[in-house]
Design a protein around this ligand. Structure first.
Ligand code: RFL
Ligand code: PHB
Length: 392
């Protein structure tokens, strides 16, 4: 089989790229390891920057997000038994949209399939071959048969555990990684959110986050040990731990209910450099991971796709290769900014062992941050997302 752009992975990166290319008449084929039901059942991100929301509209999948998404102009930092509001709109003129990755993925899949797009589910890619020629191949498996997809370009949108990055010879790629000594235990429940905006809480017992998916569906997280397991947690134990970590007047308002989902995610900062190897381009989690504290992972996937789609469109429409040549450098500049912000925010909010000096220093920094216009502006600018670089 042959196509113009072979895409590995039907997560947000792969689907958004396929959609943007399709709208410009560029053909792609997506191979996805999992089933459609599995991909659409994953509970992940929830906060979209304005740049990402604009890109979804450009991909003509913004309608439901604009109707059902919750626009948040602020967030709250809870510490020392109190809450301070960070007014995103006042400091940046921008807001974020709360709209689940699960819904967004569904919108992308529906639109792509309705437009005749090709997605092969349950078809794991095994390797990318000949990526340093102009006829790279995706070798994949379908119904137990080995298949080959010959392409002009391959987009590795297959997440952290994917094969695209692993297909690159080790001398050509450099990996930078930092793991954190804790994870996030998350719960999803059909209960009204504790507050109309997100609350990020620093507490002596560890970090907690109150988020949401809709006015009737909540998403909460508590920091947990890396070796913790979901089986160790009853719903009641989760709600008790969350309550403990919030300022008492807020904790009182918590409405609890049975879990729809509970999972543990490890925290990691990771980046692969460069993001282009001949005809193979990495995008999204395949190239970089951030701890979820800054809500940047999905948004970075979107900024990679912004640059990559423009580069591929310039190639097919104008025979230009200059944007393809700049893709890695330009994407990585924004990625490093987000890695830095996510690392900083993670360090500020989480409990690191029994280091009580660290806890006091965190409190001092939170006091400074929330009383300084400069501090608040810097945090707000990063949280709403740094602008995309001009790329044309
Ligand atoms: P994905 O979503 O991992 O999709 C990759 C796809 O590739 C498939 N795949 C393969 N397909 C074929 N052959 C193979 N060999 C394959 N190997 C893998 C996989 O099955 C999958 O379908 O990567 P993508 O598209 O780059 O998207 C990235 C985002 O999913 C990720 O960055 C975010 O979810 C991160 N994240 C958050 N990001 C935000 O911007 N805001 C948030 O609020 C936010 N919250 C979160 C998060 C991630 C979390 N977890 C679980 C890590 C909260 C959590 C808890
Ligand atoms: C979420 O709603 O899942 C979420 C929100 C904010 C974050 C991370 C995750 O920083």
């Amino acid at each position: 089989m042959r196509t113009q752009v072979g895409i590995i992975g039907a997560g947000p990166s792969g689907l958004l790229l396929a959609r943007l290319l399709h709208l410009q008449g560029i053909e792609s084929v997506i191979v996805e390891r999992q089933s459609k039901e599995y991909v659409l059942g994953r509970i992940r991100a929830g906060v979209l920057e304005e740049g990402m929301a604009a890109l979804l509209r450009e991909a003509q999948v913004g309608e439901r997000m604009d109707r059902e998404g919750l626009v948040h102009e602020g967030l709250h930092l809870a510490f020392s038994g109190r809450m301070a509001r960070l007014d995103l709109a006042a400091h940046t003129g921008k807001a974020v949209t709360i709209y689940g990755q699960t819904e967004l993925t569904k919108d992308l899949v529906d639109a792509h399939l309705a437009a005749g797009g090709v997605i092969h589910y349950q078809s794991p890619a095994l390797a990318v071959e000949e990526y340093d020629t102009d006829q790279p191949r995706i070798v994949y498996e379908q119904n137990g048969q080995r298949q080959e997809l010959i392409c002009d370009f391959v987009a590795g949108c297959d997440g952290y555990h994917g094969v695209a990055r692993q297909s690159v010879s080790s001398g050509k790629i450099t990996l930078f990684e930092k793991t954190y000594p804790f994870g996030w235990l998350g719960i999803l429940s059909d209960t009204p959110p504790i507050h109309e905006e997100l609350i990020y809480a620093n507490h002596e017992r560890g970090f907690a986050l109150c988020s949401m998916r809709s006015p009737t569906r909540s998403r909460y997280y508590v920091q947990c040990p890396l070796d913790d397991r979901v089986e160790n947690w009853s719903d009641d134990a989760f709600w008790d731990e969350l309550r403990c970590r919030l300022p008492p007047p807020v904790a009182e308002k918590l409405v609890t209910g049975p879990r729809l989902e509970m999972s543990i995610a490890p925290l990691r900062s990771f980046v692969a450099e460069p993001m282009r190897f001949g005809s193979l381009f990495l995008a999204g989690d395949a190239a970089h991971i951030v701890p979820p504290t800054g809500a940047k992972g999905l948004n970075l996937a979107a900024s990679d796709v912004f640059y990559l789609s423009r580069a591929l469109i310039a190639f097919y429409k104008e025979e230009r290769t200059d944007l393809l040549d700049r893709y890695s450098e330009v994407s990585l500049r924004r990625v490093r900014q987000a890695i830095r912000f996510s690392w900083w925010f993670t360090s500020l909010m989480h409990k690191f062992g029994d280091d009580s000096l660290n806890f006091r220093l965190q409190t001092a920094e939170l006091e400074y941050l929330t009383s300084s216009t400069a501090g608040m502006t810097s945090m707000a600018e990063n949280y709403v997302g740094l602008p995309f670089e001009p790329f044309e």
